[in-house]
Design a protein around this ligand. Sequence first.
Ligand code: PRX
Length: 573
Amino acid sequence: MGQVHDEILPGRVEHANLRDYTLAVQQFRWEDVERTFSWYHTGKVNMTHEAIDRHVLEGRGAATALIYSDPSREERYTFADLQEHSSRFGNVLRKYGVGKGERVFIFMPRSPELYFSLLGVLRVGAVAGPLFEAFMETAVKDRLEDSGAVALVTTPELLKRVRREELPTLRHIIVVGRAVGEQGIISYEAEMAAAKAELEPEWLTLEDGLIMHYTSGSTGKPKGVYHAQRAMIQHYYTGKIVLDLRPDDIYWCTADPGWVTGTSYGIFAPWLNGVTNVVRGGRFSPGDWYRTIERFAVTVWYSAPTAFRMLMGAGENSLAGIDLRSLRHVLSVGEPLNPEVVRWGDKVYRQRIHDTWWMTETGAQLICNYPGMDIKPGSMGRPLPGIEAAILDDRGNEVPPYTMGNLAIRTPWPSMMAKIWNNQAKYDEYFRIPGWYISGDSAYMDEDGYFWFQGRIDDVINSSGERIGPFEVESKLVEHPAVAEAGVIGKPDLLRGEIIKAFISLREGYTATAELKDEIAAFVKAGLSAHAAPREIEFKEKLPKTRSGKIMRRVLKAWELQLPAGDLSTIED
Ligand code: PRX
C-alpha cells in the first residue's frame, strides 16, 4: 500500500495554464491539436516542415532557433539557417540514393552538425537513429546491425569504434570534422558546400517513420523503439502545456539526442513551438550549467534528478554571483525526483521543479506536474488531458487508490511507439492486456488522481536516469576470459538513484583480486559504454540459478539489501 502524503506546494497563479485540470480533461480533444498542423489540411506530412519550414514561411525565419555552445564554440542559427543546412544535408543523402524509410544513424557528440544532419535525414523521409557518443564497439555494432542502417554520420574519432567490415548493409559513412581521403568515406564539409541549399521535404503520412531509439529491457539485446511522424502531435502539445513554451522563450533541455529526451524535448517540442533552443556541449559541472542559464537567459529548463542532486550537493556557494532570475519554469524527467530536491529547488531557485513521467516507448510525456498545478513533492503528477492512466493488477483490473500495481496507459495516444524494430513479439508484450500499454513501472494513485512511482517491475536498472538492461552487461561480462558467470543488479545509491553491481563467479585458474575487478569493469566500459560498466563487483563461488540455468537476480538483490530472498522453489540446489 502507498502512503498518504499531505504536503502540497500550491500552484502559482502566474503560470496558470492548467489550473482547471478537470475542465481541461473534460473538454480535451486530440483533433483540436491536430487542426493546428498544416498536414491536417493538406495531407502532406514531414516533421521538418512543421518544426522548421513553417516558421520561415510564416515570417519567423530570422528568429533564433539554435544557440549552440561548448567550451570551444558558440554559434547561433535561425530557423532559415536550419532550413538551409538541413536541405543541404538532405541533398547529400539524396545524391547517395538514401531516402524514405531507410535508417540513417548519427553517432557524434553534440554539435550544430548533429542537428543539421538529423534534420536532413528527416527531410528526405529517412528514419533517424541517434547514438550516444559514449557507446563503444559492441553497442554501436548491435544497433547498426539490428536496424539495418544504410548510412552513418560520425566523426573521425568515433569512426574508430565502427566495425565496418561486419556491417554489410551500411553503404555510406559521412564524416564530420575532417575531409578524409579514405575509400568509402564521404566528407561532410565538402558535400555540404557543394549541395543545393533548397530541398522540399519528402511528403509522408502520419504512420511513416521518424526516429528510432534503442533502449533496454531485462532480457535480450537493446530493442529499437520506432516512432512514427504522428508523435509530433504530442511533442507539440506537451511543449505547449507541460513545458509551457511561449514565443519568446529561451529553452534548455540538458539531455543528449542519443536519448529520447534529447530528441522529443531537445529538438521536436521546442522547434515545433518555434522557440529558441539552447544546446550546451561538453561536460557537466555546476558552475558551467549555472553560467549557461545566466549567459543565455534561459527561461525554461528541463533536466534530470541526478543533475539536480549534484547541483544540490554542490551547495548554494556554487550559485554565488550568478543570476538565475531569467528562469520561469523548471522540469525533470528520467527517474524519481526526491521531495527533498523539490523543496530545495523551491528555496534556492525559487522554482518548483516539475516532475514529468514518460518512457522511450511512449515518445512523449504522459503523467506530469503542469505549470500552475498544486505539486505534491514526490509525485509524478497527473495524466495529460487526452491521456488515461491507471493502476492495474496482473489480470488487468483497476485497483483502488493507494494500492500498488502496474502503471498502465489506455491505448493509443499520438506518440505511442509504432513498433519495436524486427521484434513484433517484444512489442506485443507491452500490450498483453487488451486496451492498455503496460509500462513495466509499478506505482499507485492517490485519491486526488496523482501518481506515485514505486519502482520497476522487471530488472531494468536506472542509473543517473540512464536505462540499462542487466542482460547486455552480463553478456559483455562473460566475454571476459576470467568470468564464468555474471549477474547484474541495480544497487540503491543516493546520488545516482541506482548503480550497477555485478556478482561474478570466476573461471578455474583465476584469483579474485582488486586488480581483476578493475580490469573487468574497464572491459565492459571499453566494449559497451562507461554508463554500463559496473561500479561495484563482488566475486562469488557460485551464483543462484533456477533449475533451467537462469541467474536469479532477485536473489542477488536480496543478498545485497539483506532482505529475505522470497520464493526459492525454483532454485538449483
Ligand atoms: O522507470 C521509469 C523511469 O525511467 C523509465 C523510462 O526510461 P527511458 O525509456 O530511458 O526514458 C527516460 C526519459 C523519458 C521509466 O519506465 N522514469 C522516467 N521518468 C520518471 C521515471 N521514474 C520516476 N519518475 C519519473 N518522473
